[in-house]
Design a protein around this ligand. Structure first.
Ligand code: A2R
Length: 319
């Protein structure tokens, strides 16, 4: 394939950008200087984005020769997929390759918040151990896990929870009778029956504030919330309130409503573990994501079958 012009959104992972730069002419999109795009826009055939990128329809419409939009990440809620489909432009993402890492971090956050692992580390490092023991934690093995979203990652979390002797229940819009797990039709009903509520749905309008004050109230003062999905899925103000007044026991959070800005109210809370949206951040998985995003880009540019188009494109474009 000859060298082509590819537009890269801000903050796209360097491994993906490096692969593109090795074979294409890469233009970095600057939302603060859209005039810079005018000259190159007619030549752009590929658009590279990250899982947190915002790609509005207006940008897609500015690129008359665009053939493919390849996202580095499984979530693509910031991409205007309907506009891309209307233009006949397929959107791809990177499912499966990050499933294990995200499920691992969900369990890591569960153990961390229940067993006070970050606080215990500080207890030792700051010389507090000789002064007395840590407060007791909450037993994880044998407890009840509820999973909001039993897809690829949710199922991988369920498998890990089972290995910890936990019972597993879930909610989805469509029941999965073959899963063998107890189904609840709403997040509120699920929350009332579990100790740990793990959120792992896609983001976007369909799930915005799915976890609201009512769900947190149902989870109750002994319950923990773990979010490895998107910040938008949880009503963050309601969560901060529930954590402050003891309506829930604690939370393990990898994602936030306005990243990288985490509400300061959470910083000092002892019953919260915070990580910087790093569920898929291992060398191995980020490389696999870069390889898949690049392969999708190359396939789209050369008219070959795409490896992993997003579900809407599969359904509506027959991919
Ligand atoms: O609702 P269903 O039957 O389509 O099941 C999907 C579920 N889900 C929901 N569950 C409850 N209420 C909703 N409004 C809702 N919308 C979707 O989320 C399905 O069980 C699950 C998504 O699974 P997958 O499509 O296999 O995605 P994967 O690879 O597990 O990743 C989930 C998300 C990504 O979109 C990123 O935002 C994040 O994890 O890293």
């Amino acid at each position: 394939m000859s060298k082509l012009d590819v537009l890269v959104m801000p903050k796209v992972h360097p491994l993906y950008v490096a692969a593109l730069k090795a074979v294409h002419t890469v233009h970095e999109y600057n939302p603060a200087d859209t005039a810079a795009l005018v000259g190159v826009a007619p030549r752009i055939v590929g658009l590279a984005a990250g899982g947190e990128s915002v790609v509005p329809g207006a940008l897609i419409s500015q690129l008359p020769q665009l053939k493919v939009l390849s996202v580095f990440g499984v979530g693509y809620d910031g991409i205007d997929v309907p506009t891309a489909i209307a233009r006949g432009i397929p959107v791809t993402h990177t499912p499966d390759v990050l499933t294990d890492d995200v499920a691992d971090l969900a369990m890591g956050l569960t153990l961390s918040v229940a067993r006070n692992i970050p606080q215990a580390d500080q207890h030792v490092r700051t010389g507090q151990w000789p002064q007395g023991p840590m407060r007791l934690g909450r037993k994880v093995s044998g407890s009840r896990m509820g999973i909001v979203g039993l897809g690829r990652i949710g199922s991988a979390i369920a498998k890990r929870a089972q290995a910890f002797g936990m019972s597993v229940a879930y909610t989805t819009r469509t029941e999965r009778p073959g899963s063998g797990f107890a189904y609840y039709p709403t997040a509120t009903a699920l929350a009332a029956h579990v100790d740990f509520l793990v959120v792992i749905t896609p983001g976007g309008q369909g799930t915005k504030h799915l976890i609201n004050a009512d769900v947190l109230k149902a989870l109750g003062p002994q319950g923990y919330l773990i979010n490895v999905a998107r910040g938008s899925v949880v009503d963050e103000a309601a969560l901060v309130q529930a954590l402050s007044d003891g309506s829930i026991a604690g939370a393990g959070l990898d994602v936030f409503a306005d990243e990288p800005n985490v509400p300061q109210a959470l910083w000092g809370m002892p019953n919260v573990v915070l990580t910087p949206h790093m569920a898929s951040a291992t060398h191995q998985t980020r490389q696999a994501m870069a390889d898949l995003a690049f392969a999708n880009m190359q396939a789209g540019l050369s008219g070959q079958p795409l490896l992993t188009p997003v579900p809407e494109c599969k359904a509506q474009m027959g991919l």
